[in-house]
Write a protein that binds this ligand. Structure first.
Ligand code: GDP
Length: 327
């Protein structure tokens, strides 16, 4: 819930003019001398319409957090998903419109006060016309914010106090199986820009320590040289988040990727992430050619042998993870 409901320009204007009419109705029934009344009615309409429209715009500006004050992960996320600059531009447009409307409100209220009574309605109409044109000028900004609202609706909820673990490895090596074994509740699925499968976040509580584990299907599961710029940005965002990476090998190669390619992927991930990496050899229950496997086991530091589907080695992973996050 980053962005509140965004009205269209028509909704904004309708609301302002309708409320202005209502407020004028109150003036009409009040005990003001007749010669003053028509001017007061029109002045009230101008001021009320301006106020109501500005209040609605202000509500949006107040509720959208200052992007620069958000954690870097969210800044990157917003930038990749909708663009930080267009977002700032749209908010700037809204801000601009409030200033102009205030000015119009003041100008026309004073012109109405100084005008002959029979001119008041005409001036009010003119004021409404100018307010409409200002609101129409922010139409694109409102549309953009509404688009951003939809795009950012299912952003991942990240716990910045928890130790964050990001899972990497080729498809079918057992990442999601492991995520489910490590965490208690069903992992939450959220959007992640430019990976169609989104992101899964699972949680794990150990006494006083909170650990969140993130799986990013479609992102850390293929050679980085194949990635486009946007995907690289999405990785950088993950970099800001990760305290530790769990890199999973499929020791049985039943995922279809030879250990050699899996090892190359590990090297690429290590290049992009300055984060510590824990290597796991999964599917040990399917593995018989230990000699072949040993070449790779010997190439990485302190790997753990596990079977995610059978739950073997899972508690050792958790013990390892507990060593992180003493920050
Ligand atoms: P992901 O694409 O990396 O998330 O991989 P999945 O978790 O979907 O696992 C791919 C397949 O491997 C599934 O059929 C799992 O049941 C299976 N699998 C995962 N871990 C193990 C394991 O330790 N042993 C065996 N035999 N199968 C596993």
């Amino acid at each position: 819930m980053l962005i509140p409901t965004i009205p269209t320009t028509d909704e904004l204007l309708d609301k302002g003019f309708r409320r202005a009419k209502k407020a004028a109705g109150l003036v009409r029934t009040s005990k003001i001398p007749r010669y003053k009344k028509s001017k007061r009615i029109e002045e009230t309409r101008v001021i009320t319409a301006g106020q109501v429209i500005k209040d609605r715009i202000k509500l949006i500006l107040d509720r959208v957090p200052d992007i620069e004050s958000l954690p870097e992960f969210y800044q990157d996320y917003i930038d990749v998903a909708v663009g930080v600059d267009p977002m700032k531009q749209a908010l700037g447009g809204l801000n601009w419109s409030m200033g102009i409307i205030t000015q119009l409100e003041k100008d026309y209220a004073s012109r109405i006060r100084r005008s002959p009574p029979e001119k008041a309605a005409q001036l009010r109409k003119q004021a409404f016309g100018r307010v409409s044109s200002v609101v129409n000028k922010i139409g694109d900004d409102l549309n953009f914010l509404d688009f951003a609202k939809q795009k950012l609706r299912n952003m991942p909820t990240v716990d910045f106090d928890a130790t964050t673990v990001v899972i990497a490895g080729f498809p079918n090596v057992g990442k999601s199986t492991l995520l489910r074994k490590l965490t208690t509740a069903e992992p939450k699925v959220a959007d992640y820009p430019f990976t169609t499968k989104g992101i899964q976040i699972g949680h794990l509580e150990r006494k006083w320590k909170k650990i969140q584990i993130i799986d990013t299907p479609g992102l850390l599961d293929r050679p980085i040289k194949d990635m486009n710029n946007i995907e690289l940005r999405a990785m950088v965002a993950l970099e800001h988040l990760a305290d530790v990476i769990l890199f999973i090998f499929d020791a049985s190669e039943s995922c279809g990727y030879p250990l050699e390619s899996q090892f190359n992927l590990l090297k690429e991930v290590e290049k992009v992430f300055k984060t510590p990496v824990i290597c796991l050899f999964n599917k040990m229950d399917l593995t018989d050619n230990i000699k072949y496997l040993e070449q790779y086991i010997n190439k990485v530091e302190n790997p753990l042998m596990i079977s995610a589907s059978q739950g073997t080695g899972v508690s050792e992973i958790i013990e390892r993870l507990e060593e992180f996050g003493e920050r």
